[in-house]
Design a protein around this ligand. Structure first.
Ligand SMILES: Cc1cc2nc3c(=O)[nH]c(=O)nc-3n(C[C@H](O)[C@H](O)[C@H](O)COP(=O)(O)O)c2cc1C
Length: 210
């Protein structure tokens, strides 16, 4: 059986640092990317991910400064501020109700999930870790979706989290997870960066010092 084309995308994706500054994405195209990202899995289907799309010329320099001047943010068509909702469980009854209404989940199971999630995520650290985990998975899907749609991406954790909260009026219930620049690359010929060999990162059945 021929390998699925997704494998090609996974192996082709690279982080782009040089974007074509003349390239624009429409709000519909940005919506499509976020709709793709929303197919990521999340604990209890809480979907902790939230996105602020910074795409206007007047807003990009503000974000670039917060990202320590990184040029990608100025040149990419859009840079997403990817957020994780630390209080994501508050929406869970609503989310699960949609599954109940679609006959995909019995009411009893939905109620049990809400109780379970409420217990697990009453611990602030656990809730924050989970929000970051889910938003990170959505970010990866978004990066692959950008590639599949003919664009390129670059994740950035090099930014001042406190300042991004202030400057973009982000409520403290959201934790900034990463910035994600998406646009048209100046060139997609950059060599793929070397990876550790599989034997350097994989153990079977029990851990070891890698
Ligand atoms: C969470 C995360 C944060 C990153 N932060 C930055 C950043 O601030 N600036 C940057 O130029 N690249 C950043 N990168 C890109 C990495 O340097 C890049 O993914 C890595 O070197 C592997 O290269 P590749 O993505 O092309 O395979 C980041 C990547 C990730 C996943």
């Amino acid at each position: 059986m021929a390998p699925h084309p997704l494998l090609d995308l996974v192996r082709r994706r690279i982080s782009v640092e040089e974007f074509d500054a003349t390239h624009r994405l429409s709000e519909d195209q940005i919506r499509d990317l976020v709709a793709d990202a929303a197919h990521a899995p999340s604990s209890f289907n809480i979907q902790h991910w939230r996105f602020v799309a910074v795409h206007r010329d007047e807003d990009k320099p503000r974000l670039q400064e917060i990202a320590f001047g990184q040029q990608q943010v100025a040149d990419a068509a859009v840079t997403f501020i990817v957020l994780g909702d630390v209080r994501g469980t508050e929406k869970l009854p609503q989310i699960l109700q949609r599954a109940v209404d679609a006959d995909m989940m019995p009411q009893g199971k939905a109620d049990a999930w809400v109780r379970m999630a409420g217990g697990i995520y009453s611990d602030e650290t656990v809730a924050r870790d989970e929000a970051i985990r889910s938003a990170t998975l959505a970010s990866m899907v978004l990066m692959l979706a950008a590639e599949a749609r003919g664009w390129a991406s670059g994740a950035l954790s090099g930014f001042d989290a406190e300042r991004v909260m202030q400057e973009f009026s982000i409520d403290p219930r959201y934790v900034p997870v990463m910035l994600l620049a998406v646009g048209r690359p100046v060139s997609h010929d950059d060599a793929r960066k070397p990876r550790l060999e599989v034997d350097e990162i994989l153990a079977f059945d029990r851990c070891r010092i890698f």
